[in-house]
Design a protein around this ligand. Structure first.
Ligand SMILES: [Ca+2]
Ligand SMILES: [Ca+2]
Length: 123
């Protein structure tokens, strides 16, 4: 269930395949997780595993500061986050600002749940 072959067989439209369409609705980290909607993937999540972490930063670093990014090279393997044609400070800021917003949102939600649990156990 962690591979995309079965899903493609049943018509799911994945990134990097055209057999089931070019809208590219689904993506998967093969062998590690279930499919996700593309819109669920944070901008800075460039490579597997899911989430923005050191492997994503490593890929960004290998393309720093490429200035030949275009659709032919998949915008420098996705590291040209703002599609400007170059991997530059704009990409860096977009990636890490989005990460900070997501992490903040997760922590806020986590804190709210802890407060609710503490309130529940206190009463
Ligand atoms: Ca597709
Ligand atoms: Ca990742």
């Amino acid at each position: 269930m962690y591979g995309k072959d079965l899903y493609i067989f049943f018509g799911w439209d994945f990134v990097a395949e055209t057999e089931n369409g070019i809208e590219d609705i689904w993506a998967i980290c093969e062998g590690t997780n279930y499919p996700r909607f593309v819109w669920q993937i944070p901008v800075g999540d460039l490579v597997c595993p899911d989430g923005v972490a050191m492997p994503d930063l490593a890929l960004l670093a290998t393309h720093w500061p490429d200035d030949n990014c275009d659709p032919g090279n998949d915008y420098c393997k996705g590291t040209d986050l703002d599609l400007s044609g170059a991997v530059d400070i704009g990409c860096w800021l977009v990636m890490w600002l989005i990460c900070c917003v997501i992490l903040t949102a997760i922590w806020v939600e986590f804190d709210i749940k802890i407060v609710k649990i503490e309130s529940y156990t206190d009463s």
